[in-house]
Design a protein around this ligand. Structure first.
Ligand SMILES: Cc1ncc(C[n+]2csc(CCOP(=O)(O)OP(=O)(O)O)c2C)c(N)n1
Ligand SMILES: [Mg+2]
Length: 280
């Protein structure tokens, strides 16, 4: 029988394949960041979060905020895999009047909690939600994914201060620290290191992990909140484009508009990963 980690890895392999399916349908997409955060997104939807695909608006659900909204192919893939909608809807990604636009829209797709894509707003939204859940007496958590490239946005640090001030232990942030953003290495575009110490100095409880290692992700989720009365920040070291050998760690694949031969190569590689997962 498969254990938790193997099952989650199987879901992640299928979700990676779904990401490339969306790129096939629309012709392009934010590949790199979607693949780097995908293991975390998978663990959230299949291990950590109390959500109900049949009742996506239930009051006591956990909330997921994808602050770096351009990574939404990861969320769409996980929502489809979890049964929020039929997987064929993925083929409408990025098309006119789709429920799956290039940045997530809460008014179009059940399961999406906020409209994101303008970087630097997700943490503020998350703080408000965490405060609201606590005020309502609910045990629900807010899980937020940020990109390392959005950390320089000043609004994040107002939100970080507020989260600590209000002792929001029901808030957990994952920084998808893939070392790259749209135009170069994050430390060269705007150096925010040391990121973990920065959150810690703002009053958060912190951890650093390998954000593409399912065991580490699951252990980390099991340890939340890291300290009572504090928000938790996970600096998740990841690889941009994780899972596609020819693209891993390369800035050129931030936004991917593939030629047919490269797309076919990607499909072959990810089909094989799915097959291996199913065989395991
Ligand atoms: C306010 C704002 N400024 C600029 C952009 C354009 N933009 C889209 S993705 C991106 C890079 C983000 O880097 P990161 O958060 O590290 O994401 P990843 O590396 O995972 O793709 C930028 C600058 C934006 N979406 N919003
Ligand atoms: Mg990045």
């Amino acid at each position: 029988m498969l254990g938790t980690i193997e099952l989650l890895e199987r879901h992640a392999a299928r979700c990676r394949r779904s990401v490339v399916r969306m790129v096939r349908s629309s012709g392009a997409g934010h590949l790199g960041g979607s693949l780097s955060c995908l293991d975390i997104v998978t663990a959230l939807y299949f291990h950590a979060m109390d959500v109900d695909p049949k009742n996506p608006g239930k009051t006591n659900r956990d909330r997921f905020i994808l602050s770096a909204g351009h990574k939404c192919m990861a969320q769409y893939a996980a929502l489809a895999e979890r049964g929020f909608f039929d997987i064929s809807l993925l083929d409408t990604y990025g098309k006119l009047n789709t429920k799956l636009p290039g940045h997530p829209d809460m008014h179009k797709l059940p399961g999406v909690e906020a409209n994101t894509g303008a970087l630097g707003h997700g943490l503020s939204i998350s703080v408000g939600m965490a405060l609201g859940l606590r005020a309502a007496g609910l045990e629900s958590r807010v899980y937020t994914i940020m990109g390392d490239g959005e950390l320089p946005e000043g609004s994040n640090w107002e939100a970080a201060a507020a989260a600590a001030h209000y002792g929001l232990q029901n808030l957990a942030v994952f920084v998808d620290d893939n070392g790259l953003q749209i135009s170069g290495r994050t430390v060269e575009v705007m150096n925010m290191e040391p990121v973990e110490e920065r959150f810690s100095a703002f009053g958060w409880a912190t951890r650093s992990i390998d954000g593409n290692d399912m065991s580490e992700i699951v252990n980390t989720l099991g340890a939340l909140p890291f300290e009572p009365g504090k928000p938790s920040a996970v600096i998740a070291h990841t690889i941009k484009c994780k899972g596609l050998s020819f693209a891993e760690g390369k800035m050129a694949y931030h936004y991917w508009k593939p030629k047919e031969d490269e797309l076919a190569l990607a499909e072959l590689e990810l089909d094989e990963a799915v097959r291996l997962g199913e065989a395991g």
